[in-house]
Ligand binder design. Structure first.
Ligand SMILES: [Cu+2]
Length: 361
């Protein structure tokens, strides 16, 4: 009996060690993964004045926290080793002490001073980043479960998931969500800090980019099933290229003319006949969008690189799969008016619709 239980204990202890080693390895690899320098949303390579302010504050705080961590952990490890129970030695009868007033005052004041020291640059950064935008491009950002709508009210452009901006200029964002939607948060780490989009309340955020390029972002406030699939992209252009983009967006939608018998024209008929036009607007046509569960404006859909919350490349295979059953590509709850429903399209209908969508440039 005795030897049996010893064997069992030994094997449990081996299992425990294996488990501990496994967990340790997972934690280690997660920690090491944070050291990558080519992260798509690397907040440690800020690309605008405001993002640099946030990054500077982060570095400053991290250094102070690291010093405190080393001192406190050092003291704990030192004490644990120095006063550990030694073999064959009975615990010494120690005099119980109730406290040390001087020590306690010291370790109350020290953290208070550290926090006060941190508050100064924190408040300064908040004020710097809240400065009014100058000569800004205005964009209204609406967070939907689970995609982004970008509306340029002064320019008359509406697009989804992919925001285009000129470099070196303030971009004044008005952040909102429809009533009945939930809170989302706009975050493009290299361009600025985060800010919430709250139903029934407008927030503002100023962003900018120093250099042309693609900056990735995503929703940073848990907003339900496809929160992780609610990504966004900011394309920063030289001013002339930005103007050209605006012009391309203002051009009339590429709708096949009456009498056209191409596959695209067939797709346009289906778009109107199969209910797509009830949720998706195409400017200048009878496809007005709106509805119970409005979807992205598709006027110049074929000028976007991605779709469905910047999750998939806009290419025929992905679009066909999307139209066959949107929820296969992205978890959604169309029955609850969140996301695009499965419209039960046939393969032929899908082929025509994809041809139509791919022609919307
Ligand atoms: Cu969200």
């Amino acid at each position: 009996m005795g030897s049996y239980s010893t064997v069992r204990e030994a094997s449990t202890s081996i299992k425990r060690h294996r488990l501990a080693a496994g967990v340790g390895l997972v934690v280690l690899s997660l920690v090491l993964a944070a050291c990558g320098t080519d992260g798509a949303q690397d907040s440690l390579s800020p690309a605008s004045e405001r993002a640099r302010n946030v990054d500077g504050l982060f570095t400053f705080t991290l250094i102070i926290a690291a010093v405190v961590f080393v001192l406190v952990q050092g003291a704990i490890i030192y004490t644990a080793i120095k006063f550990r129970r030694k073999k064959g030695e009975e615990p010494r009868p120690v005099k119980q002490i109730h406290g040390n007033t001087r020590l306690e005052i010291a370790w109350t004041i020290a953290p208070a001073l550290i926090l006060a020291g941190l508050a100064v640059p924190t408040v300064q950064t908040i004020f710097e980043n809240a400065e009014d935008p100058v000569n800004a491009v205005e964009i209204t950002v609406t967070g939907h479960q689970w995609w982004w709508e970008f509306d340029y009210p002064d320019l008359g452009v509406v697009t989804a998931n992919e925001m285009h901006i000129p470099v070196g200029q303030d971009i004044a964002l008005t952040l909102r969500a429809d009533s009945g939607d939930v809170i989302h948060s706009f975050w493009v780490p290299r361009l600025s800090g985060k800010r919430d989009l709250v139903p029934g309340h407008e927030n503002t955020l100023t962003i900018s980019a120093d250099q042309p390029g693609l900056y990735l972002g995503q929703c940073a406030e848990f907003c339900g099933l496809s929160h992780a699939n609610m990504r966004l992209r900011v394309y920063a252009h030289e001013p002339a290229d930005f103007d050209a983009w605006v012009q391309s967006q203002l051009a009339a939608a590429a709708i096949p003319p009456a009498g056209d018998e191409s596959l695209r024209a067939e797709g346009w008929e289906l778009f109107l006949g199969r209910g797509c036009a009830a949720c998706h607007a195409i400017d200048g046509t009878e496809a007005a969008g709106g509805g119970l569960n409005p979807g992205p404006n598709l006027t110049h859909f074929a000028m976007r690189d991605t779709f469905a919350g910047a999750l998939y490349d806009r290419e025929p295979a992905n679009l066909s799969a999307w139209l066959a059953n949107p929820s296969d590509l992205k978890s959604m709850e169309p029955d609850l008016n969140r996301g695009m429903p499965n419209l039960g399209l046939t393969d032929e209908e899908i082929t025509a619709l994809v041809a139509f969508l791919q022609g919307l440039n």
